[in-house]
Design a binder for this molecule. Structure first.
Ligand code: ADP
Length: 212
């Protein structure tokens, strides 16, 4: 987000002369304090200035880039994730396509007993199967899915930035959000508890822009 010329000037004054009161800044700009209040509030909310009671404003020493960076590393996947849409390994491709349309998602997670992750099926996997001339009413998604341990995952505690970087690096659209769990047979695995996709990233991006 860009600062207005007046906000830049205020920032410069506080950098050079802080701590400095709002009255003094207004005086320096030949404006009244009420006119300046929205600018001072915004600069404080953005974290560029700090308001100390009875002392005045001081420059926080943080750049806008540093503040945006910090915010992106603060937000956790668990705060923005969506509900996972899951199917069983023996679900046929035709039904998987119908599920994608009904649930309005681009990625299905394939789970076994106890909701443990077995694989991922994307739009392109289903299109490929359709082009292959198979009987889509018979072909199970288990045959075409990307299977564990080749599935990239995330956890509710991971930062949105780290998860987004994994999506970009591995060129996938979504990651299952998982937690370690034990299946009914006693074997360890990863239970699917959420879905983190490019849509969640886009939504957060818009929200952060609106709030600033
Ligand atoms: P689309 O098929 O719509 O382009 P993706 O880019 O997500 O969607 O999928 C590309 C390939 O990557 C597919 O073969 C899919 O099975 C696989 N894939 C999707 N998500 C993951 C994931 N989280 N981990 C590993 N592979 C994935």
């Amino acid at each position: 987000m860009e600062l207005t010329p007046r906000q830049e000037i205020i920032l410069g004054i506080v950098k050079r002369e802080g701590p400095i009161t709002g009255d003094r800044i207004a005086e320096r700009l030949s404006l009244n304090k009420a006119t300046l209040r929205p600018d001072l509030t915004l600069l404080t909310m953005m974290g560029l200035l700090e308001a100390r009671p009875r002392v005045g404003y001081i420059y926080s020493g943080k750049s806008l880039d540093q503040l945006i960076n910090r915010r992106l590393h603060q937000v956790r996947v668990g705060e923005v994730q969506s509900v996972p849409v899951v199917v069983a390994e023996n679900t046929v491709v035709y039904d998987a396509v119908v599920t994608m349309f009904l649930e309005d998602v681009g990625t299905l997670f394939v789970v076994g007993q106890g909701g443990l992750l077995e694989g991922v099926v994307s739009r392109k996997d289903l299109l490929k199967a359709a082009l292959g001339g198979h009987d889509l009413h018979r072909l199970p998604v288990g045959v075409i899915m990307t299977r564990m341990p080749n599935v990239f995952t995330t956890t509710p505690e991971e930062s949105v930035w780290a998860a987004a970087k994994r999506i970009v690096t591995h060129e996938v659209d979504a990651l299952p959000v998982v937690q370690p769990a034990t299946g009914p047979d006693g074997a360890g695995g990863l239970k699917v508890t959420g879905r983190f996709s490019k849509t969640n990233i886009a939504r957060l991006f818009v929200e952060l822009g609106e709030r600033a």
